[in-house]
Design a protein around this ligand. Structure first.
Ligand SMILES: *Cc1c(COP(=O)(O)O)cnc(C)c1O
Length: 351
């Protein structure tokens, strides 16, 4: 349990006093009850399916997500990809040229990019050899200007999940916000932290429809947090940040949960098969790290050489060798069965 948490002590001054933009659809919301004509937003009235502005609060998408994830709608904010959600968090809480964030490399590169864009110092504390957070070192690195700690679990590119003990200790002892990036949670055997939102008012969980839900093209990121945090982010988001086509497509897909579950099950089973094959039949693969995500991190004899050889065979993977703790490591997304067969054939051919 986290006590004495006060969102106001973390918010930027200009955000505290912000008067948000009020859109036409914000001011008149009651669009379902009565047959009204809408002459309030300077839209083109000729119907073509998308001539009207989208719902700024994405109510139908949130209703479905709320049911699927058993989280109240007031605890959800949607963005144009997770990237927008993360950027909103920076702009709400991190004062440029003053505050700092803490990240744990090797991890998702966007945290550092967003920190740079927002003129925020990124204090890096490497993961340990087992790719777990060094809790004491992280807490020692933090000061009163450390507003946000980024935890990515399952982590990209390592694929592992952080231990419950480490995450819980950081949530309890870190005096800023803890972002838990769960982009890959639906591929994991471990539980999401969603049900701990009430216990930890400094917890922000981000998820995405880009990975397990199969909708990378529509750009829909999801943020779960306390009502207070969601309210702040809502106030600073662009009014129509999730477009109508994205909302429509998400609504259709979120009603096909069986299909999504089936795809996830196939990918998890392919991940296991691929791991076994890589370990047993490719001589230059030195290690296949265990993964709770839809990719595998492998250590090879010479990552640059193997990466280029695979390109010649028409297979593109991600070379992670320049990342800390990832020397000679390659990251391979799990494909459909035929794609994984082709990958394995190419890997065997270059032995
Ligand atoms: C892929 C990924 C995301 C997804 O970002 P979107 O902008 O929602 O597509 C977020 N976090 C991590 C760690 C990822 O690997």
């Amino acid at each position: 349990m986290k006590t004495n948490f006060n969102i106001n002590s973390l918010l930027r001054e200009n955000i505290k006093s912000l008067k948000p933009y009020s859109s036409a659809r914000d001011e008149y919301k009651d669009i379902t009850t009565k047959k009204m004509i809408f002459l309030d937003a300077n839209e083109n009235p000729f119907e073509n399916g998308v001539n009207r502005y989208p719902d700024p609060q994405q109510n139908n998408v949130k209703n479905l997500l709320s049911k699927i994830k058993t989280v109240s709608k007031e605890n959800i904010l949607l963005g144009n990809g997770s990237d927008e959600v993360l950027d909103l968090i920076f702009r709400a809480f991190c004062e440029p040229n003053k505050d700092n964030i803490i990240t744990l490399p090797p991890t998702y590169g966007m945290y550092d990019v967003l920190a740079n864009i927002n003129a925020i110092q990124n204090r890096e504390v490497l993961l340990n050899k087992d790719f777990q957070p060094k809790v004491n070192q992280i807490l020692e690195t933090a000061d009163t200007n450390s507003k946000v700690l980024f935890l990515c679990s399952p982590n990209n590119p390592t694929g592992n999940t952080f231990t419950v003990d480490a995450v819980e200790e950081l949530l309890t002892k870190f005096n800023g916000l803890v972002i838990l990036d769960e982009a890959y949670i639906d591929f994991s055997k471990h539980k999401s932290w969603l049900e701990k939102l009430e216990k930890f008012p400094n917890l922000i969980i981000t998820q995405t429809l880009s990975k397990a839900f199969g909708l990378a093209g529509i750009r829909l990121g999801v943020c779960y947090a306390s009502k207070e945090i969601i309210k702040v982010l809502n106030n600073i988001k662009p009014p129509y940040n999730v477009n109508e086509l994205t909302q429509q497509k998400a609504i259709i897909r979120l009603q096909q949960i069986d299909e999504i579950q089936n795809e996830i099950a196939q990918l998890v089973s392919e991940r296991k098969r691929l791991k076994n094959e890589l370990e047993s039949s490719i001589s230059y693969v030195e290690k296949v790290y265990s993964s709770d995500a839809n990719f595998l991190l492998i250590k090879v004899d010479d990552a640059n050489k193997r990466y280029n050889q695979l390109i010649d065979y028409g297979v593109v993977i991600r070379n992670r060798t320049t990342q800390p703790l990832c020397e000679n490591c390659l990251r391979i997304s799990v494909g459909i069965c035929e794609e994984n067969q082709k990958l394995l054939r190419a890997l065997k051919a270059i032995q």
